[in-house]
Design a protein around this ligand. Sequence first.
Ligand code: 6PG
Length: 242
Amino acid sequence: MTRFSVLPDPAAVCAAMADLVVESAAAAIDEQGIFRIALSGGGTPKTVYPMLLEPHRRDAVDWSRVEFFWGDERAVPPDDPQSNFGVAYAMLIARLPNVRPARIHRMPAEAPDLDAAALGYESELRVAFGTRGGEFPAFDLVWLGMGPDGHTASLFPGSAALDETERAVVANWAPHPRAWRMTLTFPVFDAARRVVFVVEGKNKADAIRAVRAGGSGLPAERVSGEGVEWLLDAAAAGEESG
Ligand code: 6PG
């Protein structure tokens, strides 16, 4: 059953996610010696990343045992302000102690042949997770956001990647702004041990209402099941008073 938690405001939502990342990392490292996370793109992570650098959280994790991946990436170079990798690297990863460069897996979505690059990233996942044949990588934590149109990662309503059942990573066309992207696919999200959506803002309330009612067909709703939970602020949950 997918769980929804509503917190008063964006700061509370982002602090809850920062605590959840630390808790998931500590548990996975304790259990298996490694923590593999798929980071979200978009703007919300920019509030969470500084919270992860606060000493009580930063010092609670052995970052040398954390392996960083991305849920999706824009077709821009890593130093572009739009780059999900660039934001995470500058605001978090470069500021953490003991991160191992070989455990930072950037999606090369600026590659001229995006499909070949997606296949290459899929191979990188296979090596990192030690998966074989048709197995999908089982992330310890997938961190997702949701757009007002109900997209998540770069799985947009009506886009080709929604129907992907074989590949873990594909190129996909984004309608606004019109551009190519690289994204993980639903089978990867379904294989994850834990998926957390972090959603804030009134502009998401309609999509959240549709997802919670069920039967919306929105991409974000298709990521569902036992290990899926949503952290919402009151505005996104449509509970904002006044
Ligand atoms: C991206 C994201 C995308 C994002 C949502 C929410 O690359 O843009 O992966 O799916 O999570 O659009 O973005 P905000 O957090 O900025 O609302």
